[in-house]
Design a protein around this ligand. Structure first.
Ligand code: 3PG
Ligand code: MG
Length: 396
């Protein structure tokens, strides 16, 4: 992949706007997992060392555009970033009309998704943002699969746009790992909905030997093989699709294993009483919130036999202690395995933070959706825009 890289540019005295993915979990006004912030630090430090005045862009969550909601403010991110960088990072609420920033300073612009037009990649908005800087650096690998004003649109409208070191490092590492993966290849995909990951699951089945599904996705598969799921989160409309995917895996000589046991509760909360049930014994008032101990053993064996592991998404509600054993078990099994392991996604990073040692995972990606789309072989729009720009510059 060829595109202009920030490392090769002279940034002295320039206003450099860097799009990062600082979409991190926040609770009670504090960042609860700062992996994405830490991953962005080398880029920010490099820009500062090169003498740039740094403007940072990011989204946080999915607010309603045009309605700045304090719940989605980047304030906690600015605070954490200041601590990590050791310099004050100013959070600028109204930045679209212009921001004051000097060389050696860092200003974090408030949530880009507060701006109407961000998500639909409005060209006028992209131009307005681009107008605030001399150089635009796309470094948000985690958001590179979104064609939005602050990711793709701005690359096409900026005076000068390039890839940041985090984005290029991610692309290089994933490409290298996926070119000749050690067999068998195992994917573990958790998440709440089959509908949002249907094409990912489908394409992954063309590449992997085993596919372990977790979370709400697994509930739909459990229902698809005919087990009651009580009040669990699942998607009844997608039962035929889940059945088709199970057949597809089977026809290719692989499988989508179904948990043999699960942990259920009658309410979705930290203090709900957990109960282990065989998967065909879930009662009408119960919700499946984790995999059970026998399933942990089974999945750990599959993990131990893998040559390459792709991991995105927890297998249970691991934020609640009582329902964290499944995700902990999976994380620890990956840590123990000799496989080349690649993990990505916000929740996955939080699980790794909680349950793994830093060296347990061979490569940790900051991307969730972007990571999966890259694994699928899809083009990431913001990366495509950088490549087009490069092509255009060498051919003109
Ligand atoms: C993520 O966490 O997956 C990225 O930050 C992208 O966020 P989005 O799914 O809300 O676009
Ligand atoms: Mg996401």
């Amino acid at each position: 992949m060829t595109y202009l890289r920030m490392e090769n540019l002279d940034l002295a005295g320039k206003r450099v706007m860097i799009r990062e993915d600082l979409n991190v979990p926040v609770a009670g006004g504090k960042v609860t997992s700062d992996a994405r912030i830490r991953a962005a630090l080398p880029t920010i430090r490099l820009a500062l060392n090169k003498g740039a005045a740094v403007l940072l862009l990011s989204h946080l969550g999915r607010p309603v555009e045009g309605e700045p909601d304090p719940q989605f403010s980047l304030r906690p991110v600015a605070d954490r970033l200041s601590e990590l960088l050791g310099i004050p990072v100013r959070l600028e609420a109204d930045w679209l009309d212009g921001v004051e920033v000097a060389s050696g300073q860092v200003v974090l612009c408030e949530n880009v998704r507060f701006n109407p037009g961000e998500k639909k990649n409005d060209e006028a908005l992209a131009r307005r943002m681009a107008g605030l800087c001399d150089v635009f650096v796309m470094d948000a690998f985690g958001t590179a699969h979104r064609a939005q004003a602050s990711t793709e649109g701005i690359v096409r409208t900026a005076r000068l746009a390039c890839a940041g070191p985090l984005l290029s490092r991610e692309l290089d590492a994933l490409q290298k790992a996926l070119n000749h993966p050690e067999q068998p290849l195992l994917a573990i995909v958790g998440g709440s909905k089959v509908s949002t990951k249907l094409t990912v699951l489908d394409t992954l089945l063309d590449k992997v030997d085993e596919l372990i599904v977790g979370g709400g996705i697994a509930n739909t598969f459990i229902a698809a093989v005919g087990h009651p799921v009580g009040r669990s989160l699942f998607e009844p409309d997608l039962l035929p699709e889940a059945q088709r995917l199970i057949r597809k895996a089977h026809d290719a000589g692989g499988s989508i294993p179904i948990p043999v046991d699960v942990v259920v509760a009658e309410s979705f909360s930290n203090d709900a009483v957990p109960l282990v049930r065989m998967v065909d014994q879930v009662q009408p008032g119960e919700m499946i919130l984790d995999i059970g101990p026998r399933t942990i053993v089974e999945y750990s064996e599959i993990i131990a036999g893998a040559g390459t592991i792709l991991w995105n998404g927890p297998v249970g509600v691991f934020e609640f202690e009582a329902f964290s054993a499944g995700t902990r078990g999976v994380a620890e099994a990956i840590g123990r395995s000799g496989a080349f392991s690649i993990a990505g996604g916000g929740d996955t990073l939080a699980a790794i933070d909680a349950f793994c040692e830093p060296d347990d995972i061979s490569y940790i990606s900051t991307g969730g959706g972007a990571f999966l789309e890259f694994v699928e072989g899809k083009t990431l729009p913001a990366v495509q825009a950088l490549q087009d720009l490069y092509q255009h510059s060498v051919s003109s």
